[in-house]
Design a protein around this ligand. Structure first.
Ligand code: GLN
Length: 273
């Protein structure tokens, strides 16, 4: 079949399913593996049609492709792990700025999931040690794969970030970074169709969405070196509460930063015992 014809047909199908907004862009991703030239083999056509049919049911494109890009690096994804989002690049940008030129730093990435934050930081900063903490076995399979895919030296620690014993056994860090589940009960009741396929345990942060911030700030601050940084991704409108929480726990220089859409997307603070 002629490539252009199939491409247009796929865009049309997505549009009819109410997924018109990014249709051409999404189909471009689906066609990414198809070599230049006009004709598409029957096998390619079958693969592409299967992906687009499933996508029209609202299934996430990233899971169908099995891989997604974050901060210019490839990450394997599939059911059971949160899809890396562009918003999350804000936290990486912030960490890279705060630690530019620093040597031999220890980074801990909590609620690591695919590892997009921890692995990217390990690759882009001068890390003596990078530890990714994850409790879900399924997510950790992707994490493991992504560490090797990116030639990263990050370590994995399996466990629950709220477990005091786990905290005790961790090294002291220069940077503790975390994109915790932060959606509220109300958010969970109004999820976009795509997001309902992602693991609820990676999304739901308790009634007001702030459970993980409360637990992590309290339990992990003692794992920061003097002058160490705690850095969170936050949901829309959570900046005041998370900043207040960090100030209450003795953090200094507490700040929030916006993402590319102008939404406050991360909060950082410096711990001075
Ligand atoms: N940003 C995600 C969403 O909007 C939520 C991820 C999270 O809870 N950390 O669906």
């Amino acid at each position: 079949m002629v490539k252009k014809k199939l491409f247009d047909k796929c865009v049309g199908l997505l549009e009819e399913s109410g997924l018109g907004e990014n249709a051409a862009c999404e189909v471009t991703w689906v066609f990414e593996d198809v070599a230049e030239g006009e004709d598409i083999t029957p096998e390619q056509e079958k693969r592409i049609s299967d992906i687009v049919t499933r996508r029209c049911e609202g299934y996430p494109l990233q899971y169908l492709l099995g891989q997604w890009e974050f901060y210019g690096l490839p990450f394997k994804v599939g059911e059971g792990v949160l899809i890396p989002r562009q918003d999350t690049e804000t936290i990486v940008d912030t960490a890279l700025k705060m630690f530019a030129g620093k040597k031999d730093i220890t980074v801990i990435d909590l609620c690591s999931g695919s590892g997009c934050i921890g692995i990217t930081l390990e690759r882009k900063l001068d890390c003596g040690r990078a530890v990714c903490v994850e409790k879900s076995e399924k997510a950790a399979e992707y994490l493991r794969e992504n560490i090797s895919l990116n030639g990263s030296g990050a370590e994995i620690v399996m466990g629950d970030v709220t477990d005091e014993k786990l905290v005790e056994d961790m090294p002291e860090a220069d940077l503790i970074v975390c994109n915790p589940p932060y959606l509220t009960t109300e958010d969970m009741d109004a999820l976009q169709r795509e997001v309902t396929f992602e693991p609820a345990e990676a999304l739901f942060g308790g009634e007001d969405g702030l459970d993980f911030y409360r637990e992590i700030v309290r339990k992990w601050k003692k794992k920061l070196k003097i002058g160490g940084v705690m850095l969170f991704e936050i949901g829309i409108g959570q900046e005041d509460e998370v900043m207040r929480l960090m100030i209450q726990h003795g953090f200094k220089n507490v700040r929030c930063r916006k993402d590319l859409c102008g939404v406050y997307r991360c909060v950082s603070g410096i711990y001075e015992k």
